[in-house]
Ligand binder design. Structure first.
Ligand code: HGY
Ligand code: MN
Ligand code: MN
Length: 413
């Protein structure tokens, strides 16, 4: 049984046109019109595949293929929202490979005992509204009510954007589903790093997912004239931000090969070339596959922030926007995936994921599995993000058998 790699590849290309800018970068921010357009395109394909389709109150879309019994579902999928100026494979590959699995089972007239559902999680990236992993957090019942008041750069509250997208902001807790609904959750995703390329393998079997700890730090200083205020009279938050940014890199480099520290966003207020800023806002993203290591890094950086601000007569405020612990994949699923890859003669290796995924949250409800496909030059979250049609087909072939076998559990007489 082989998936239809041309159909899958054509869909990736069609979807990749939505939100694409002239430089080839894709911007499909959560709940935007581009996000809506991409979601509607996939809903149309889901319906063509005979799936029963519905949307939950936070905007997650589900497509269901019945089994021969009313049992727990095998859930599979990913996200369609992107970062700003991102690529066409991050998230989309997981949604469309899941759909390809359904179409292939249909093409071969294969029934399964358990039902299968595809999911499109909303706001995985947290690029427009801080946090991310929103759709899976809602399903797991972990979404804080406060997220509705989050504002984007234009000052639009998430609740307004969600309503326009077709969600129901006043019923977000109704998106919660019990773990008993699910037999397992499987996600195909691009690797977004270079292990598979360096080892010349098309597929990666994920052993565990590093957990992101993200915070927004606001440093308050004293604004003033860039020419008039003498250097020794300044309380300049921008200089403090610069020292903190260097410290994030230094601590991450010194700690462990799996530790990551990133400052992806800095914003000065009022932001004039001849004005000492009144305040500076920056985001800090710390990750590691080991939670204790990650906690150590976070606490070192928080101490540095306090020390630098005290020394320079500044005030600071830290808001934690995401704190998801690292998640291991269970051994049984890993062995099953290895067996499938060997049977399908697909070159694979085992990897850990530095990037976060909805599978981390779903791992609180049911067993999870992730299959990675090779990212050319390890690039992602940029227009150069690329995976080949063959690698996408190989990863989907593993996903196909993983889903089929899980949805056809051995009947115990
Ligand atoms: O940030 C991440 O790891 C994911 O791309 N949202
Ligand atoms: Mn991403
Ligand atoms: Mn992703």
């Amino acid at each position: 049984m082989k998936i239809n790699k041309e159909r899958l590849w054509d869909r990736i290309q069609m979807l990749g046109e939505i939100g694409q800018s002239t430089n080839g970068g894709i911007t499909r921010l959560a709940f935007s019109k581009e996000d809506r357009k991409a979601t509607d395109l996939v809903i149309g394909w889901m319906r063509e595949a005979g799936l029963e389709v519905w949307t939950d109150p936070v905007g997650n879309v589900f497509g269901r293929r019945e089994g021969t019994v009313k049992g727990p579902v095998v859930l599979t999928g990913s996200h369609l929202d992107t970062v700003r100026n991102g690529g066409k494979f991050d998230g989309a590959a997981g949604v469309l490979s899941a759909l390809e699995v359904i179409q292939t089972l249909n093409d071969y007239n294969i029934e399964t005992i358990l039902p299968i559902e595809i999911v499109i999680f909303v706001n995985e990236e947290g690029s427009r509204y801080a946090g991310g992993l929103m759709g899976s957090m809602a399903i797991a019942g972990l979404l804080p009510e406060s997220i509705l008041d989050e504002k984007d750069n234009e000052g639009i509250p998430l609740s307004t954007a969600l309503k326009e997208f077709g969600g129901m902001p006043n019923q977000i807790h109704a998106a919660k589903r019990p773990g008993s609904d699910f037999a397992a959750f499987y996600e195909l995703h691009i690797e977004q790093s270079q292990t598979l390329e360096k080892e010349d393998k098309s597929a990666g079997i994920v052993l565990g997912i590093a957990g992101p700890y993200q915070m927004k730090v606001i440093i308050y200083g004293r604004s003033g004239h860039a020419g008039a205020v003498a250097m020794n009279l300044r309380n300049d938050p921008m200089v403090a931000a610069g020292i903190i940014i260097q410290e994030v890199e230094k601590v991450a480099k010194e700690t462990a090969p799996t530790t990551r520290g990133t400052v992806g966003y800095v914003k000065a207020f009022p932001g004039g070339h001849n004005v000492i800023p009144e305040k500076v806002e920056l985001t800090i993203d710390i990750r590691d596959i080991n939670e204790e290591t990650r906690e150590r890094v976070v606490s070192r950086i928080q101490k540095t922030i306090t020390k630098i601000c005290d020394e320079r007569g500044l005030k600071s405020e830290t808001i934690v926007t995401q704190n998801t612990p690292p998640v291991p994949v269970n051994k049984e699923t890993i062995e099953k995936m290895k067996q499938i890859a060997n049977e399908e003669k697909i070159p694979f290796t085992t990897v850990t994921s530095g990037a976060a995924h909805d599978a981390m949250i779903m791992g609180k409800l049911c067993p999870i599995g992730m299959v990675f496909i090779r990212s050319i030059n390890g690039l992602s979250h940029c227009p150069e993000e690329f995976s080949t049609r063959e690698d996408l087909a190989d990863g989907t072939q593993i996903l196909l058998h993983l889903i089929k076998d899980t949805a056809n559990p051995p009947i115990i007489e």
